[in-house]
Design a protein around this ligand. Structure first.
Ligand code: RFL
Ligand code: PHB
Length: 385
């Protein structure tokens, strides 16, 4: 069997790449280790930059997004109870759209025309420096697909990056000593816009999925276990960290989902090894504070799709040659912003009283300087390619 492109992973990156290739008439196969239900059950990102919305439009899967996505013109930052609203529209003339990653994945799965093999076990990449092949096992039978290119869209724990010899891979990494405990609840959001709160007890975030469903997070030590957090304990902790008006308005309820995500910054370079390309979380991780992970996955695959389309339409490999450097330039800017916003908003036990005063000074500078607010808003709503 032979195809043009084998895509490993049916997360947002793999599904979007498959969709863009389908629309361009480029044959592709997606191999996913998990079931479709499992992929749809993962609760992750919630905020889309305008560039990601435009990509959904280009992929002709923006119907529900346009109807149900919530356009946000700003967000609130609070520090020890003092709140400041950032007006994205006034600052940079752009907005973000609240639309869950689950919904993005659902829309892309529903539109899929090419073949996707779910529950593909033991995916292996072969000879991507020469004549690439991918093998996998399904229902006890080993299958093989020959291809021109492999796209590694299989996330941080995937097989693609792990298949690259360590000697040709440069890794840049920072692990934070804390994670986010997240809770999903069928209650209206506490406020119209997102609230990012710094508090002496740790960071908290009020996000949302719709007008009736909310997503909340609190910073917890990296060693924390989700079993130690009853819903009541979560709500008490969240309330203590929010500005008073939000704490009083909070509508609690039974959790639909509760999980802990570790926080890390991570980049693997380069993104190309012969005929293998890495995209999305397979190549880089950002701490979620800047809401950049899903958006970066989208911008990676937009660039990769354009490069592959150029190759098949014009027999030019120029785009493929530039993909790694072009994508990394954008990735590093998002890494910087996500690291900066994480540094401002979280409690870092090891930096002590000096560190907290510096954070407070940064917050005061931000709230008093239009230039600083514009910088934040420009990054949060998404830098151009
Ligand atoms: P994914 O979504 O991890 O998908 C990879 C897929 O590959 C499959 N896979 C394999 N398939 C075959 N063979 C193998 N050996 C395989 N190994 C793995 C996996 O099963 C999976 O289906 O990566 P992708 O597509 O690159 O997408 C990246 C995004 O999921 C991620 O960056 C975001 O969720 C990050 N993120 C956020 N991003 C934003 O832009 N805005 C946000 O508001 C935001 N909030 C978040 C987040 C991530 C979070 N967590 C849980 C880390 C909030 C949280 C809490
Ligand atoms: C979310 O809704 O899950 C979310 C929103 C904003 C972030 C991170 C996560 O910065």
């Amino acid at each position: 069997m032979r195809t043009n492109v084998v895509i490993v992973g049916a997360g947002p990156a793999g599904l979007m790449l498959g969709r863009l290739l389908d629309l361009a008439g480029i044959d592709n196969l997606i191999l996913e280790r998990r079931s479709a239900e499992y992929v749809l059950g993962r609760i992750r990102a919630g905020v889309l930059e305008p560039g990601s919305v435009a990509l959904m439009e280009r992929a002709r899967v923006s119907g529900r997004l346009r109807a149900e996505g919530l356009v946000h013109e700003g967000a609130v930052l609070s520090f020890d109870g003092d709140s400041h609203r950032l007006d994205f529209t006034a600052l940079v003339g752009r907005q973000v759209t609240v639309y869950g990653q689950t919904e993005v994945t659902h829309d892309l799965m529903a539109a899929r025309e090419g073949q996707t093999i779910y529950e593909a076990e033991n995916v292996e990449l072969h000879d991507f420096a020469g004549k690439p092949q991918v093998t996998w096992r399904k229902d006890g039978v080993v299958h093989r697909m020959d291809c021109d290119y492999i796209a590694g869209c299989d996330g941080y724990h995937g097989v693609s990056r792990a298949s690259v010899p360590a000697a040709v891979l440069a890794i840049f990494e920072r692990i934070y000593p804390f994670g986010w405990l997240g809770l999903l609840v069928d209650r209206p959001p506490v406020a119209e816009e997102l609230i990012y709160a710094h508090h002496a007890r740790g960071f908290a975030l009020c996000s949302q999925r719709s007008l009736s469903r909310s997503r909340y997070y609190v910073q917890v030590p990296a060693s924390e276990k989700v079993e130690a957090w009853s819903d009541d304990r979560f709500w008490d902790e969240l309330r203590r960290r929010l500005p008073q008006a939000a704490a009083e308005a909070l509508r609690t309820g039974p959790s639909l989902e509760k999980s802990i995500a570790p926080l890390r910054s991570f980049v693997a370079e380069p993104l190309r090894f012969g005929r293998l390309f890495l995209a999305g979380d397979a190549a880089h991780i950002v701490p979620p504070t800047g809401a950049k992970g899903l958006n970066l996955a989208m911008s990676d695959v937009a660039m990769l799709a354009d490069a592959l389309i150029e190759f098949y339409a014009e027999k030019s490999a120029a785009g493929l040659e530039h993909y790694s450097a072009r994508a990394l330039a954008r990735i590093w800017k998002a890494e910087r912003f996500s690291w900066w916003m994480t540094s401002l908003m979280h409690v870092f036990p090891e930096t002590g009283a000096f560190g907290r005063r510096i954070q407070r000074a940064e917050f005061d500078y931000l709230t008093s300087s239009t230039a600083a607010q514009q910088s934040l808003a420009e990054n949060y709503t998404g830098l151009p390619d």
